[in-house]
Design a protein around this ligand. Structure first.
Ligand code: ZN
Length: 301
């Protein structure tokens, strides 16, 4: 067993069957998880009656289990220094500040503004996927940061897909753009948070045109040779074996696909703006929402 923060740059040889072939994603805890973790760490400590672990959990979005253990230890130290007999709310709240400002600076508490931004972004992905036909089912939405992304919306297929249709791919692009559209629609501003979505969306439309022969303009041809050598941290690249005119046509058509998908996502979110607000509010409150809760929330408004 091994752990990494950068599974994207591992040598594929490490991941072959019989080696590290099972992957388990460990997320940072959500508000309920943080409360449960705090409960474990305060067990051995004499707690003052005024301590509300639920409030402390709400104040620590983005904290890991180790950060929370630190909060309790710092709180106990402060208590001892002050000569108190029990660890109080004030000490624990100060401890949170200390852990945030701590020497390592690894912990990043999420600001309310950031939370709102990520909530609308993820709610955008989720709602667009719900209102498109033939998409994977929503499994979980989270606004807790994972690795380098702010939050994530997890869709899982109900059965294995052996082949993927053009309309499915276009839906995928539309869902990816849903995050950015939601930011633009509600917050009147757009963030860098959508960068990865945009990269993935562009890569899908380009593959549709250059690899899958799904282009209306260029027809059922493939363009470019795949170079199969994989270097650490580098994507498989394609050698260009077509003219500048073709390159221009590919760019133009990719642009059209993206534009149509963007319009589609905006249409869905504009029509369902009340659901979007409700979903984002719930996300800000709960931080993670599972598939069942998601359907309850959006069918209730
Ligand atoms: Zn996104």
């Amino acid at each position: 067993m091994a752990s990494t923060n950068r599974p994207d740059i591992l040598d594929p040889a490490l991941l072959r069957p019989g080696r590290f072939d099972r992957h388990i994603l460990i997320d940072r805890p959500d508000v309920k998880g943080r409360e449960a973790i705090l409960k474990v760490h305060v067990k051995e400590k004499p707690l003052n009656e005024n301590v509300d672990l639920g409030v402390l959990a709400k104040r620590t979005p983005g904290f890991t289990g180790a950060d929370l253990a630190n909060v309790v230890n710092e709180g106990a130290l402060l208590t001892a220094r002050r000569g108190h007999k029990t660890v109080g709310m004030q000490e624990l709240e100060e401890a949170i500040e200390r852990v945030i400002a701590g020497p390592e600076k690894k912990t990043r508490v999420i600001s309310d503004k950031e939370k709102r931004l990520v909530a609308y972004h993820e709610a955008g992905h989720a709602l667009v996927s719900f209102f498109l036909p033939d998409t994977d089912k929503l499994h979980k939405i989270s606004i807790i940061p994972r690795g380098r992304t702010g939050g994530h919306t997890l869709l899982l297929p109900e059965e294995d897909r052996n082949y993927i249709t053009k309309s499915h791919l276009l839906n995928e692009v539309t869902i990816l753009l849903g995050g950015r559209v939601s930011e633009a629609l509600v917050l009147n501003d757009i963030s860098t948070g959508a960068q990865n979505d945009l990269e993935r969306a562009s890569s899908i439309v380009r593959k549709m045109i250059t690899e899958y022969g799904m282009s209306e303009e260029l027809g059922p041809l493939t363009f470019g040779h795949k170079s199969e050598e994989v270097f650490l941290g580098r994507d498989i690249s394609r050698d260009k074996n077509y003219s500048d005119a073709i390159a221009y046509a590919i760019d133009k058509e990719a642009g059209t696909y993206m534009e149509n998908c963007y319009k589609k996502a905006r249409e869905i979110l504009e029509t369902n703006i009340i659901k979007l607000h409700r979903l984002a509010e719930c996300l800000i409150e709960q931080e993670t929402i599972n598939g069942i809760e998601f359907e309850e929330i959006i069918t209730a408004v």
